[in-house]
Design a protein around this ligand. Structure first.
Ligand code: NAP
Length: 259
């Protein structure tokens, strides 16, 4: 039995849709007070209202993780609304699919600014408040793409998702003296609005390549994030949990089909 997460104050970035919304839902169901962040306030509002409608405590705020001042404002909003800050789920990320030969340096910069610098700015803004809490949990959403696997069109994305783990391994050492842990969930293909945009063929091929024969749900990822945020996970830091239905395991297509 895990210690209750009731009343824990949580910020989730990229929470209006997809995995971030799923993380926010799972934390709210566990009794946390959740602040949902996205650039489009109407979408973040709708997600927060849906969670509140199901009995959770959730509110929304507009913000861009690539903006230092936005992230400071968001960290302060969590303090104003919840009186403390215990958990940051740095989840916001983008994955435009463009092969290297066609990729512009602007697109490269945008992916790095959102997925990698966004983590740095979110954590920097939240750190003073997480230090004040006698708790302190940071959960990053990385990916299997980059740290473990590759996929055409995602050189920038894979580099950013691997970069998050390099960042995490030093950040967890720097924050250990404050009792703050830093860990990452590495989702496989998870059914989200962003993934749906990649098309039906992509979704079918990916589901067929997963030993558990389905794509991940946002709750699958939210549950792993929640575990890393529990009191009982307090001795785990600088680590990763892959949540992919076994996708990275088969040595070959034949191995998958034979089973
Ligand atoms: P999604 O469905 O496209 O949702 C992305 C969310 O992030 C939205 O709420 C979006 O809202 C927000 N966002 C994007 N840029 C932002 C910014 N600069 N500042 C603040 N919020 C921003 O994406 P997803 O599939 O849930 O992916 C979420 C995370 O999971 C990403 O880090 C991604 O790399 C990772 N991941 C996803 C999968 C998958 O299969 N879906 C697999 C592995 C890893 P606004 O546009 O309004 O800002």
């Amino acid at each position: 039995m895990f210690t209750s997460m009731n009343d824990r104050s949580v910020i989730v970035t990229g929470a209006s849709k997809g995995i971030g919304k799923g993380i926010a839902q799972v934390f709210a169901q566990a009794g946390c007070q959740v602040l949902l962040v996205a650039r489009t306030l109407a979408d973040a509002d709708a997600a927060a209202k849906e969670i509140a409608g199901a009995g959770g405590r959730a509110s929304s705020i507009a913000g861009d993780v690539t903006s230092e001042s936005d992230m400071q404002k968001i960290a302060e909003a969590a303090m104003d609304r919840h009186g403390r800050l215990d958990v940051l789920c740095a989840n916001a990320g983008i994955y435009p699919q463009t092969k290297l030969e066609e990729m512009s340096s602007e697109e490269w910069d945008q992916v790095m600014a959102t997925n990698l610098k966004g983590n740095f700015l979110s954590i920097k803004a939240c750190l003073p408040h997480l230090k004040e809490s006698d708790y302190g949990r940071i959960v990053l959403t990385s990916s299997i793409t980059g740290p473990v696997t590759g996929y055409p069109g995602w050189t920038h994305y894979g580099a950013s998702k691997s970069g998050q783990l390099g960042f995490m391994r030093t950040a967890c050492m720097e924050f250990a003296k404050y009792g703050i842990t830093v860990n990452a969930v590495l989702p496989g293909n998870t059914l989200t609005e962003g993934l749906l945009a990649l098309g039906e063929d992509y979704l079918e091929t990916m589901a067929a390549s997963v030993p558990l024969k389905r794509l991940g749900t946002v709750e699958d990822i939210g549950n792993a994030a929640l575990f890393l945020a529990t009191k009982e996970a307090g001795y785990i830091t600088g680590q990763t949990i892959i949540v992919d239905g076994g996708q990275i395991v088969p040595e070959s297509l034949e191995a998958l089909q034979e089973a």
